[in-house]
Design a protein around this ligand. Structure first.
Ligand SMILES: [Zn+2]
Length: 391
């Protein structure tokens, strides 16, 4: 196993220090925050959800504004997902074929089609710094036959994505620009089957991407299976390219993944949990709705330097949440994002000092994971009963 590593990823909009946490900006906004606040929190990169932006406001609107960076006034790196995961978790009447995915969007039910080539066109129009290939994320639990066929199709789709950005017969110069400016990451699938994870990783690495993501993790599987999925794929990934575990995770999971050679993470937990009053601390999450915090004059976490903890007491934040004041969820969101970004900052420093493993052990021992937090990390906030949450 490779072990924790400290790196830097160069993108068209600047450097990303790794290990890195990527706040999730679903609809062109990291929920409840202003891009200026994200810069002040020292977020170096954010994620934009292709599916959501494709459905609303539509790619033409974002192109009209000059791309996603200009549209949302964020001048640092952006990673866009391919949209596949949201199509599988949100859209209705999906039909997956070798060509691509037919679906009806969850907003107005309009039918649409996304193929590997179209996913590349959309992300090129968004102008993200890192684009992801279109993949199929197998659900959990998943039959071995299905997982195998799905991973093989994902590899064929990955090859089509690569070809689409390498050669664009309609506009060769645009294609050249895209490949010069936009990095393209492949995605390893294979569900919870070690051999499928290995063969998927090998097939994706053979296509030579700028970085490699491990998808289909944190979809509701037990943590041991998630670690096993990453450990199975990891030895097949080239050492000199970034590795990205998609949709993870709790703070201890991030540190365990870093120890397994993973460089990048995105997760809705800090922003999603904030909206139900849950704040992260070094000993685990606390729910500020609880009565015990009503007269608490201390900050969410002692010694935290985030804008919330510098100015406000738990008792006040609790009042805002109970009174359903927007400021309450904004304050917790800022604290939670700071917590995740600071954890990565700390991890980077500890790796540089050669003390990461000790730091990880102590942190994980002192942090109590609540099941309710784990449940919140899976799937989309908006979900339709017939669809299983996937990633
Ligand atoms: Zn704080």
């Amino acid at each position: 196993m490779l072990g924790a590593r400290r790196g830097q990823l160069t993108t068209a909009h600047g450097l990303v220090d790794t290990p890195a946490f990527i706040p999730v900006g679903t609809q062109g906004s990291v929920k409840a925050t202003n891009p200026r606040e994200l810069r002040e929190l020292d977020a170096q990169i954010i994620l934009g959800n292709t599916y959501h932006l494709f459905v609303r406001p539509g790619i033409e609107v974002i192109q009209y504004f000059g791309g996603l960076h200009k549209f949302m006034n964020w001048n640092r790196p952006i990673l866009t997902d391919s949209g596949g995961y949201q199509i599988f978790s949100l859209a209705k009447l999906r039909k997956i074929t070798e060509k691509g995915v037919h679906f009806q969007n969850h907003v107005d039910g309009k039918p649409a089609f996304i193929s590997p080539e179209i996913a590349m066109e959309i992300q090129s129009a968004l102008g993200s710094d890192i684009a992801m290939v279109l993949d199929e994320c197998a659900p959990y639990p998943c039959e071995r036959d299905y997982a195998g066929r799905s991973a093989e199709m994902t590899a064929r789709w990955a090859a089509r994505c690569k070809r689409a950005v390498d050669v664009s017969p309609t506009n060769p110069s645009a294609a050249a620009d895209t490949t010069a400016n936009q990095l393209l990451f492949g995605i390893v699938q294979g569900a919870t089957f070690e051999d499928l994870r290995r063969s998927s990783a090998q097939a994706i690495v053979d296509l030579d991407f700028d970085g490699y993501a491990i998808g289909g993790v944190s979809v509701g599987e037990p943590e041991e299976e998630m670690m096993c999925a990453v450990e199975s794929a990891e030895p097949c990934l080239p050492k000199h390219k970034p590795r990205y575990a998609m949709g993870l995770g709790t703070p201890p999971q991030l540190l365990e993944m870093i120890a397994r050679g993973i460089d990048m993470f995105d997760c809705v937990l800090p922003t999603r949990l904030a909206r139900n009053g849950t704040a992260f601390t070094a000993s685990g999450t606390i729910n500020l709705k609880n009565a015990e915090f009503a007269l608490d004059k201390s900050p969410i976490e002692e010694n935290c330097v985030c804008p919330t903890c510098r100015e406000f007491a738990r008792g006040y934040v609790r009042h805002l949440i109970k009174a359903e004041e927007i400021l309450g969820l904004r304050l917790i969101t800022l604290h939670n994002l700071h917590f995740y970004l600071d954890l990565m900052n700390r991890a980077r420093t500890e790796i540089e000092r050669g003390t990461f493993d000790q730091f990880r052990r102590e942190f994980v021992m002192g942090y109590k994971v609540r099941d309710v937090d784990l449940a919140a990390s899976v799937g989309e906030a908006v979900s339709f009963p017939p669809n299983k949450p996937r990633r």
